[in-house]
Ligand binder design. Sequence first.
Ligand SMILES: *[C@@H]1O[C@H](CO)[C@@H](O)[C@H](O)[C@H]1NC(C)=O
Ligand SMILES: *[C@@H]1O[C@H](CO)[C@@H](O)[C@H](O)[C@H]1NC(C)=O
Ligand SMILES: *[C@@H]1O[C@H](CO)[C@@H](O)[C@H](O)[C@H]1NC(C)=O
Ligand SMILES: *[C@@H]1O[C@H](CO)[C@@H](O)[C@H](O)[C@H]1NC(C)=O
Length: 294
Amino acid sequence: MNFWLPAFIIFELLISTLHLHPVFSLPACRNLCGGIAINYPFGLDDGCGAPPYRKMLNCTGDLFFQTPSGNYKVRSIDYDKKNMVMYDPAMSTCTMLQPHHDLVMSAIQSVLIPPSPDTVFVLLNCSIDSPVLNHYRSLCFNFSGHSCDELYNACPSFKIFHLLSTGYPPCCFTGYDTVKYMSMNILDCSHYTSLYNADDLSGVGPLDWSYGIKLSYTVPNTGCDRCAQSGGTCGFDTETEGMLCLCSSSINSTRECAGGSVISRSRSRGHNRTPLTLFQAFGFILGAFLNLFL
Ligand SMILES: *[C@@H]1O[C@H](CO)[C@@H](O)[C@H](O)[C@H]1NC(C)=O
Ligand SMILES: *[C@@H]1O[C@H](CO)[C@@H](O)[C@H](O)[C@H]1NC(C)=O
Ligand SMILES: *[C@@H]1O[C@H](CO)[C@@H](O)[C@H](O)[C@H]1NC(C)=O
Ligand SMILES: *[C@@H]1O[C@H](CO)[C@@H](O)[C@H](O)[C@H]1NC(C)=O
């Protein structure tokens, strides 16, 4: 006769299971790599950070910025000034001569995180037929009063260029756009180097320049501040790339982390739990009633 009770108990268990288990599990967003803090808009784990920056960083002991021309080691990220300094281990510097290696960034990288205006590319040992000495001469600029001869003389690695020839082979100080549109083969220069913080290098010798590439990035305006202020980490849905606020309560929200109450958490997930809870209470009362009277 009393078969309603087990039925209600099972019903209760089902409802409770649905309620108490976190339905989704969140990716853990690593926030440090090789001593460098990883914050928005960057992310190491898929689903963390801003979607346009997806898969740009790789953490294999050290932090690397991934481009179509290879992985560049990240030296620092300045979140206030919105820049990242990276370094191509295969690039020549004042103390190390290496075969040239074109810098190729993806279309989205060239727009979102291009080399900063104070990053100067130095094309070295150019042939006299180089486009930057002829038709595209205007792409070369005088940089803080420095000359090519200075590099050929002061840098141990570049001395070889004028030891092997009479006089100094031409060189060119230029911006990222030149190397973006022309490969080193087209430019007809055998080597290049790049340096950053060029505006501060007046009167400083080439041995003391900072070699590397400074990238200036833009932060997408997706309302991450609101999520961060609520204690969450900005991320995105890996399928739709819609913004998600990743909260410690393991409930995804589109905007911000809720205070933790059942109602607000259920609201943050986009549906209201209250009718189910009333239904559950009704189940208990009905179950008890049937148990007593049947
Ligand atoms: C990450 O970068 C390292 C160093 O360049 C490279 O060896 C490795 O294959 C990269 N990993 C991924 C998943 O791209
Ligand atoms: C300098 O460039 C010339 C071609 O213009 C090349 O033959 C020579 O090997 C280069 N020098 C070095 C040291 O690579
Ligand atoms: C750069 O400076 C040198 C002298 O230091 C000068 O001969 C040359 O014409 C200048 N080039 C440009 C493009 O201003
Ligand atoms: C919650 O976030 C994780 C990780 O991004 C994702 O796999 C899952 O689908 C998300 N759930 C909802 C409801 O958005």
